[in-house]
Design a protein around this ligand. Structure first.
Ligand code: EPZ
Length: 421
């Protein structure tokens, strides 16, 4: 196992190039199962999560080549049974369900377990597939979905108690594109990654309108062809670096970003007193503010504040003067980072799914660990501003979602060392 030694005290200066989106790449790679023809997906980040998806598709029978960020997939002959030993390692594997049942009329995928950010049900995915005429059976830890006579378009309400479901919307969209007739998805997720998936599916010949709104309308077609696609920038990686720049940045520029995907975060940082400048559509400048004040946020489905940036914001607010109140409305248990930040000297009190953060002058380094990739990133950020050297253990969590994070940090002046444990 590896850990990251984060030597606090350095200021960040320079330009960091943001990678393609992990959460866009995963469903788009799965969507390539919907055609026998060749698909080329560009700017796929080299991460353990995308590597898992490559292995899952290969195990299903697809031919895959991967070179310098491009993934070329040819799913001419595929089976419908996703491999348990790979699927259990990554919840997002569930997004092969929709394309498999859409193309093969059957799919067997092991149920995703819970994880540290909370239980990860897929009831909304299954409700959507049943509405399209599939039968669903959960047995022995697997979910089997079958539609012997093919899928039929339907009106589907995808709303859950925590709002919309991102991968659920993607799964149902990927199943509906080859269904007979029209499908209307109400309560759809509107995340940029859902829009990116719809763009890719339409490039394959699907007929989808409304992606990015709560109502998506899909006209089923008989078959889909191959397509080429460049995935959108990773807005969560971009947000993570923006927050690091707000904490210890003098002059940091992010490139290859889409600032339109970061509205809530940019507003939060500005309200807190950090000067954020959108230089043009794909570059943003950030430096640490001087007159800072506590601020409040509640996470929610896009375009509300992203749950995947909540932990990183807690790390920033830990040393922001005043009181900040952070409420997690998507994954109420997603606070693995709080006890670790408090071990570094933060003053955070939990009340149900709300963190009440009283800013302290400075955190002090400590050996820390978190078992959620975003919480781990939050601890790296905290270490950048802390006194001393913070050891962030179990680095594999970060490597799931951040491409070469230590190289990128070093390139803008951070003193970080990846060492074997
Ligand atoms: C996606 O997960 C992201 N992962 C997550 O990012 C992100 O945190 C999440 O969306 C919310 O934005 C990928 O895109 C690969 P959901 P997903 O279904 O689709 C409940 C990261 O850090 N729900 O939108 O699995 C669920 O419990 C990861 O990159 C049901 O109740 O999340 C949650 O409370 C972590 N039933 C809420 O909906 C369902 O059938 C949103 O979950 C599905 C979800």
């Amino acid at each position: 196992m590896e850990k990251l030694l984060v030597h606090g005290g350095s200021r960040l200066n320079g330009t960091v190039a943001i990678s393609g989106s992990k959460n866009s790449s995963l469903p788009i790679m799965a969507a390539s199962l919907l055609t026998r023809e060749r698909c080329v997906i560009r700017r796929v980040p080299d991460l353990s999560d995308t590597n898992y998806m490559v292995r899952i598709l290969a195990t299903l029978g697809a031919n895959i080549e991967r070179a310098s960020g491009n993934v070329i997939i040819n799913a001419e002959k595929i089976s419908s049974q996703a491999p348990y030993d790979l699927v259990r390692k990554m919840r997002a594997s569930v997004c092969v369900l929709g394309p498999l049942v859409g193309r093969l009329r059957s799919a067997v995928v092991s149920l995703p377990g819970g994880c540290v950010i909370g239980d990860r049900p897929i009831d909304l995915h299954l409700r959507g597939l049943e509405a399209l005429g599939a039968t669903v059976e959960v047995k022995g830890g697997d979910v089997s979905v079958c539609a012997a006579d093919g899928l039929r378009g339907a009106e589907i309400n995808m709303r859950g108690k925590h709002g919309s479901t991102v991968l659920g919307t993607g799964n149902v969209m990927m199943a509906a594109v080859l269904a007979k007739g029209q499908t209307i998805i109400e309560g759809a997720a509107a995340e940029p990654e859902v829009v990116d998936l719809a763009t890719f599916l339409n490039a394959m010949g699907a007929r989808i309108v409304g992606a990015g709104t709560r109502t998506i309308v899909i006209e089923g077609v008989d078959e889909l062809g191959g397509a080429e696609h460049v995935v959108i920038p990773d807005r969560i990686e971009a947000g993570t670096f923006l927050i690091a720049g707000a904490l210890v940045g003098d002059d940091v520029t992010l490139e290859n970003v889409c600032s339109a995907h970061l509205r809530e975060l940019i507003a939060f940082l500005k309200q807190s007193g950090h000067p954020v400048n959108e230089l043009d559509g794909d570059r943003i400048h950030i430096s640490a503010g001087v007159e800072l004040r506590g601020n409040d946020l509640v996470t929610g489905p896009y375009p509300e504040f992203a749950t995947d940036m909540q932990a990183q914001i807690c790390a920033l607010c830990a040393t922001t003067p005043g009181i900040s109140v952070v409420t997690e409305a998507i994954f109420p248990q997603r606070f693995m980072h709080v006890p670790e930040l408090n071990r570094m000297g933060a003053n955070i009190r939990m009340e149900d799914a709300t963190a009440i953060i009283r800013g302290v002058d400075k955190l002090s380094a400590a050996p820390v660990m978190a078992s959620d990739l975003r919480a781990s990133a939050a601890l790296v950020i905290a270490g950048l501003g802390a006194e001393g050297t913070t050891e962030v253990n179990r680095l594999y969590h970060i490597d799931r979602g951040y491409e070469n994070i230590d190289d990128k940090l070093r390139r803008i002046g951070a003193r970080v060392d990846r060492v074997k444990q």
